[in-house]
Design a protein around this ligand. Sequence first.
Ligand code: CA
Length: 740
Amino acid sequence: MGFLKRLSCLHCSAACLHCCAVVVISLLCCERGIAADQRPNIVFVFSDDHAVQAIGAYGSRINETPNIDRLAKEGAVFERSFCANSICGPSRACILTGKHSHINGFLRNGNRFDGSQTTFPPLLQQAGYQTAMIGKWHLGTDPVGFDYWEVLQGQGNYYNPDFKQMDGSRKRREGYCTDIVTDLSLEWLKEQRDPSKPFMLMCQHKAPHRNWAPAARHFKLFKDDVPEPETLRDDYAGRVELLKENEMTIRNHMHWEHDMKFHGENLFPKYFVGKHTNGEYRRMTPKQKKVWDEQYEAPNQAFIKQMKAGELSDDEILSWKYQRYIKDYLRCIAAVDESVGRLLEYLDETGLAKNTIFIYSSDQGFYLGEHGWYDKRWMFEESLKMPFLIRWPGVVPAETRSTAIIQNIDYGPTFLDVAGAEVPAAMQGRSLLPVLQNQCKAPSDWRDAIYYAYYENASVHEVPVHDGVRNDRYKLMYFPRGSKWQLFDLEKDPQEMKSVHDDPAYAEVFTGLKKRYKDLRDFYDVNTATIPATRGDEAWWSERDKAKTAQAKQGNVDLAFIGDSITQAWEAGGKGVWQQYYADRKPINLGFSGDRTEHVIWRLQHGNFAKIKPKVAVLMIGTNNTGHLMQDPAEVAAGVKRILEILAERSPKTRVVLHGVFPRGRTPIDAGRLNNVAINQIIRRFADGKRVQYLDIGDSFLESDGSLSKEIMPDALHLSVEGYKRWAKALEPVLVELGL
Ligand code: CA
């Protein structure tokens, strides 16, 4: 063992346990002259939106999942298994890359996954594994690193789904999606598997994703009402106001056709959203439609009759909607559970089971009425948790319950480690192998907390950007909009009904977790100043953004001012000066009050520079990174640098006047002032004397003792008319020099 350890250390200075296992495997292979076929196969069954509250082995009160539960009986259940970004595409990207969203670039659904980056499947292939991916992919680009793949188009459909083939063609397959994905997976195992190689099969279901269209054989399930969760009627008291703003409540945001399975016009707009039709129904064959209608029409008509008669209270209507939703959701899971059963059965029959790791997971959790919600996204437990059950005969003891804190960024490193392949150092997750080989107990050097971040604001369901940390007992969340913290004691308040961030009894915990939050962000290289961020969930911002984009689409701009409120106020306090200096120079004002570098990055990439190629761009940004977060100057400077790069990409000939961030605070020792000074010390180096000129005019606003007067900056941040005059005067010679 000493020899092996020394060898492993040569391999890699850290993570000796990992490497040791790898070396053991490869040495054994060499010594015994056996090929890779002794390495375990991996079957990874991955569903979409399957919450742990709807899995027997996790203590479901509302359904049974006998086949998934077999994994728990014969293997392990991970009770502290979390996602990194609770939404479909991003979770998949985290798994493939072993990296958080801000590093792998897939922040939001609708992004296109850069398949050329390092992911685990091609590395598994290189290590001698045969790889297959069947079912929901949802990353916009084609799968990379699979010997075989057949994937659903986009979100995929439950009924008669279309699959994209490896040759680029589409094939419609009649039947029920969960069954088809299982059939195709079994077919691959039976017909295409190369018995001389270990394999990795990814069987990925659309179910139980919205709009929860069950297979006909499961209509008979759940004749009785399903118990409601205790928090179905949550009023969101005791937590950040933002919780009330989202659009994912069962009470107000269920669609008449799409979610609730009615036909025709939305008869009760007060209670249902009318927007989405039921696309699944329209795909069905006449026979499928007939069976469907036999299930839904009678109860639908009965409900409509009661509604018209005014017999139902608002609360009863909510209950009715919950039942319609949860029963369909759980019926969809019944098919997923059967899929797991069929795959397990095949492995048993063929004897493959004993050397196959079988994992069941889902891309994130889901609200099954908790907090009144459906959907996911929030960092609350129900959607933060991911199921993770694993059966690995001979390694993972039966009936194990693990409390090790794991995350989806760990999956890729784990698969590679199991295969004896090197885990790229850039992957941020950790191989679970040392946990699995330790009766699923966390080794002493295991992580104590996870980092989470959600980015898809200003989109469907209107959930705001937030991030945070969770350890074994507490959860800290941060909402950049309004700079709000939330702290939950999961031991005393498992349903997360009251934030204790302002409770003096938790002052120490709060301080400690804020430190952990900062440390984890450093550890995972999170710099929000460089991560494109929209504020489209704020109405005025969204409107201004649209107007500026419309103007930018017209082109014909010679001078662009880019920045925050100080720039925007050229349209207010600075208006007269603007008229005098810039009105006839084809200008555009791209200043948005409250913007930080990340918002400018978003805007420049999403239309604000649509068709303009200005001669000169004047950039002054960063004081809100200071004012809102007192962000590290190096991070803010990286944001400024990113903006300069985007300008170079979009309009290489534009000359940029990069202003030093204006002074703020009354005195020279104001903390915000000093932060801005530190930012400037870095960004001044971005000037290349050609495309980018650095211009620090801070002194022109200051008194001789370094103070800021009320006459120049009334609030010690924004300029007076006199302030704008001084800005224009200082800038003018440079503009002239640049040919404007
Ligand atoms: Ca999902």
